[in-house]
Design a protein around this ligand. Structure first.
Ligand SMILES: [Zn+2]
Length: 468
């Protein structure tokens, strides 16, 4: 029995790990996309380094594209088995995969136009919506805490990871040929304690082997003691004092609902000024509807909240915009308002139009509520550059730029150690660190050794380890 690390070893994307039992049953844990534009990630995504038709089952920890985004290609290349995930993950991953296919199709269409001018052969997208249609037929759901037999020798149990809606810790019980059993736990991505919407990461059964994420293995999150008040002050300053527009770029999954929920609370407490709020992103609207259908996944505080306000993601004055026409109409409106739009990194989606229209007016404010890679449009705005290029045109940045950094879906190292504290360190034979930059993994390894873990391993790509 062994585990081979096929992705998310040198980087935080491309999550993919292969477990092979004594009898040759192959379980692929996640099938994520390497993210980042350019040839390098495209080559990594197209060459999987294993034969998809030989994989028996896939177990998906959660819907994020760096964990799920290469499933359509896996199916396209001959995978015939089932893909197991929690019911909310299925609902979310469907939205994300179709969106991902659309991005690949659009990118290639753009590239091919230029190639045609140079008389070069056209390229094909990584996958299309039709490939996603085929992929979706392979999904099967298993609720949290149910013991499910993948085959007579492997039992799968999902526990809540508290990272995004549907996210799970993957717990496998694997029977060896000599009747001994090994327990392997794959954390996927671990969420935070006291999240606004979701439950805390759950304790999980004692494991012999753990594959653990380490995104923030070297960092503690900043604590904004009152992020709600901070947001309210930005709203008041922008929409009441300056009579301008507040533009909030936010990821469709998670961050958008968190911001809307805070506004909902402010509204219920009579603190929100009487202004219009728009969520301008079809994907955010779809995901919010999925959230509404999965209230059981909310934490206790939110469960209590919905007893007095059945819809934490809706109030008078809040409008979810689907039609492009309504989105464009916001450009000419002079009314003060809040516009929440995707994507969070500001490189795609309707947010680009809102930025292009509003960033040069000092009356307005751009509120950044999450991490943006430095080379993204969001990264340049975060750095408060004097001018930025949007759709090929230079725009002077005259709007106020505000940053609230307390939102994150990933546990920091303190929270990761708290999450792992349910384990008897002496019984854990090996803990493998994945999904983090090298310095983060090295720092986290030291911390785990201090906690008493004897063998903490930073696997490199394609490295295989025997599970005894
Ligand atoms: Zn994730």
């Amino acid at each position: 029995m062994d585990v081979k690390f096929l992705g998310a070893t040198e980087t935080v994307t491309g999550s993919k790990h292969l477990v092979t039992t004594d009898n040759g049953f192959k379980i692929l844990l996640d099938c994520g996309l390497y993210q980042g534009s350019g040839k390098e990630s495209d080559v990594l995504n197209r060459n999987m380094n294993f034969e998809p038709s030989e994989i028996d089952v896939v177990v998906l920890s959660h819907a994020h594209i760096d964990h799920s985004g290469n499933l359509p290609l896996l199916v396209k290349k001959g995978f015939l088995g089932s893909i197991y995930c929690t019911p909310p993950t299925l609902a979310v991953v469907e939205v994300l995969l179709y969106d991902s296919a659309k991005i690949h199709e659009n990118d290639i269409e753009y590239l091919n136009k230029r190639r045609l001018e140079k008389n070069q052969e056209p390229l094909t997208p990584l996958y299309t919506s039709k490939d996603v249609d085929r992929c979706m037929k392979h999904f099967k759901t298993i609720p949290y805490h149910a013991d499910f037999h993948l085959n007579p020798e492997v039992t799968l149990t999902f526990t809540d990871a508290g990272h995004i809606l549907g996210s799970a810790i993957v717990n496998l019980k694997l029977k060896h040929n000599n009747d001994k059993t090994s327990r392997l736990t794959f954390t996927g991505d671990v969420g935070r304690y006291n999240d606004l919407l979701l439950k805390d990461p759950e304790i999980f059964p004692q494991a012999d082997y753990i594959i653990c994420e380490s995104t923030y293995g070297d960092r503690l999150h900043e604590v904004d003691i009152d992020a709600e008040l901070h947001l309210l002050n930005v709203v008041r300053h922008t929409c009441v004092e300056k009579k301008g527009k507040l533009i909030i770029p936010a990821f469709s999954l998670g961050r958008t609902q968190e911001i809307v929920f805070i506004l909902d609370k402010l509204k219920n407490n009579g603190l929100l000024p009487n202004i219009k709020v728009y969520v301008d992103s079809p994907m955010s609207t779809s995901i919010t509807n999925i959230m509404r259908e999965n209230v059981v996944c909310f934490n206790e505080k939110l469960q209590k909240y919905i007893k007095t306000d059945a819809d934490p993601f809706g109030f008078n004055n809040l409008k979810y915009i689907q039609d492009k026409v309504d989105s464009i109409a916001l450009n000419t409106s002079k009314e003060p308002c809040i516009i929440i739009s995707a994507s969070g990194m500001m490189d795609a989606g309707r947010i680009k139009h809102h930025l292009a229209n509003n960033i040069s007016d000092p009356k307005n404010t751009i509120l950044v509520v999450g991490y943006c890679t430095p080379n993204s449009l969001g990264g340049r705005i975060r750095e408060k550059q004097k001018s930025v290029k949007i759709f090929g045109e230079i725009h002077d940045v005259k709007a106020d730029i505000e940053i609230i950094d307390s939102y994150s879906a990933h546990a920091d190292y303190g929270e990761l150690i708290r999450f792992l504290s349910c384990q008897d360190t002496k019984l854990v034979k090996k803990i493998f660190l994945v999904h983090g930059e090298l310095e983060s993994k090295i720092a986290f390894k030291e911390k785990l050794m201090k906690e008493g873990y004897e063998e903490v391993i930073i696997p490199y790509k394609s490295e295989t380890f025997i599970l005894k």
